[in-house]
Design a binder for this molecule. Structure first.
Ligand code: ATP
Length: 501
């Protein structure tokens, strides 16, 4: 079995080879951290968005959707704090001329120590089993020492980040002896703040034109429409506003394929509640969102919560849903209790009252907000990488199969005439026409049937329907299920109830 790095490379090349994801502008050698979705990628992505929209908007009577513009009034980003504080600390290596995030360099260093701990724990287990008491004690001692080291670095690092102490971050990098992975040297520049927002000009003449930003999150489009939706939707607290849309961040180090992109898509929902009730709703959304993930049938051990100990100044609770990506557990979704920070800031900067009149208490107040925020592309990577499987078959051959949840699969059914004669293609076309209005199907008559099955496995099609000579006699077809590869024969008229997604 390939190691995780190797496996991740295979997943990336599979995504390209089978029309899921292409590097942007590839014929011009690509554009860093920007990707295009191909013919199957766009289907999978749309299905993810639909699965989210249904769960959030269709199933919750008190949540409605909007679609706000990417360009917004520049003062919005002043009010939200993005102009002043949406920064990453960057550092350059003078020898390799490569740029890094200072915080990521330190986090990677901590991760390396954690890897060492895991290795020592494995060693200790073996020594314990071998009654090697002395060595067992020594190994355990090393684990304790490493853990103390991690605790010390983590505490100092969190403090420096909280105080935005850039000189302190550089000093810590030097003290830990962190080297540039390219040049191998410790020849670092000072740490500087780097704002992640892309700026552009609005208006026909550059001079005097206002600087506007490509939105770095979709959430602010919801906050500034709070009053509109509250009135036109006749909403009563608690209620939510959901939105799916593009966001842009000039990430310093964009890596890990579509995990960290410069142009990406978010699915965000802001849930407005009565002040004082926010923690109850925070808990509700934690449970509701993890269930949404697990309902896809991906085993629960692939998810975990990471509750934030250090909170942003405006938040009173925050957690990440982390997913086990091929490169380890990483944030997939954020759930934040944002108090009344955003609406209050917009009240202050716009001079407009953004309040809810509560008929039950006869009071007007700025609602508190619970936010759920997930990246479409990160979700894509989670399901795609989890689905990618290389299987050894009994005959010794290997099949690559994408075990995608059926409801997310780009193509639900492939219709395959066994041969290109005897009226089979025409019959297959009839079956296609019957299924087409209900699901994405694909017709394929090229190559031997086994190869066609493999092609469908590789793009994650849950069902292959084969039209053979018996079909011509009694109007039955075979359905082959992707994961078990089991086949059964069913009458054409029952096909629709046999295909479940
Ligand atoms: P990270 O710590 O990974 O940078 P974040 O905490 O900045 O993420 P949020 O601002 O909370 O992320 O954004 C919400 C969600 O948007 C994230 O959970 C993630 O799924 C997605 N997301 C954020 N930045 C990116 C990016 N550069 N590329 C792809 N998805 C992203």
């Amino acid at each position: 079995m390939a190691n995780n790095e190797e496996l991740f490379k295979q997943i990336i090349s599979h995504a390209k080879e089978y029309g899921f994801i292409f590097p942007s502008s590839e014929i011009y050698d690509g554009l860093s951290a920007v990707y295009d979705y191909g013919e199957y990628g766009v289907e999978l992505k749309n299905n993810i968005k639909q699965y989210w929209w249904k769960a959030m908007v269709q199933y919750h009577e008190n949540i409605v959707g909007i679609d706000s513009a990417i360009f917004m009034h520049p003062t919005i980003w002043k009010a939200s704090g993005h102009v002043d504080a949406f920064n990453d600390p960057l550092i350059d290596n003078k020898d390799s001329k490569k740029r890094y995030r200072a915080d990521v360099l330190i986090e990677d260093h901590i991760q390396k120590i954690e890897d060492k701990i895991n290795k020592e724990v494995e060693k200790a287990k073996k020594r314990f089993e071998n009654f090697d008491e002395d060595l067992y004690r020594k190994t355990n001692q090393r684990v304790v020492e490493y853990q103390q080291k991690i605790d010390d670095i983590t505490a100092r690092y969190a403090d420096l980040m909280n105080r935005t102490d850039l000189a302190g971050l550089k000093a810590l990098i030097e003290e830990l002896g962190i080297v540039c992975p390219i040049s191998g040297t410790k020849n670092w520049t000072d740490v500087r703040q780097f704002n992640l927002m892309f700026a552009t000009q609005m208006g026909s003449v550059a001079e005097g034109a206002d600087t506007i930003y490509l939105r770095p999150e979709t959430a602010q489009g919801i906050f500034v429409n709070f009053l509109n939706v509250y009135k036109t939707g006749r909403m009563k607290i608690p209620f939510g506003i959901a939105q799916i849309g593009k966001a842009f961040r000039n990430e310093i180090v964009a890596r890990q394929f579509i995990f960290r992109m410069r142009e990406f898509e978010q699915m965000e929902m802001q849930f407005f509640v009565r002040p004082g009730e926010e923690l109850k709703w925070f808990d509700y959304w934690k449970q509701t969102r993890i269930k949404w993930h697990q309902d896809l049938g991906i085993a629960p051990e692939n998810y975990r919560f990471h509750d934030h100990e250090k909170l942003a100044h405006y938040a009173n609770a925050a957690t990440d849903i982390e997913f086990k990506f091929p490169f380890g557990f990483k944030e997939l979704e954020g759930i934040h209790s944002r108090t009344d920070f955003d609406l209050s800031q917009h009240e202050k900067y716009s001079g407009k009252k953004l309040r809810f009149f509560d008929p039950e208490t006869n009071e007007s107040y700025v609602p508190y907000v619970i936010e759920t925020s997930i990246g479409v592309d990160r979700m894509f990577l989670a399901v795609f990488s989890h689905a990618y499987t290389e299987e050894k078959l009994e005959d010794g051959s290997t099949r690559v199969v994408l075990r995608l949840p059926a409801k997310l699969a780009p193509i639900k059914a492939a219709v395959l005439p066994l041969v290109k004669k005897d009226g089979l293609p025409e019959k297959a076309r009839e079956v296609m026409d019957m299924l087409k209005p209900y699901m994405m199907c694909q017709y394929d008559e090229k190559d031997a049937i086994g190869r066609r099955y493999r092609r469908q496995d590789a793009i994650g099609t849950p069902y292959c329907i084969t039209i053979d000579n018996q079909t011509m006699e009694n109007n039955t077809v075979t359905i082959r299920e992707r994961d078990s590869m089991e086949q059964k024969r069913v009458p054409i008229k029952e096909l629709l109830s046999d295909i479940v997604f």
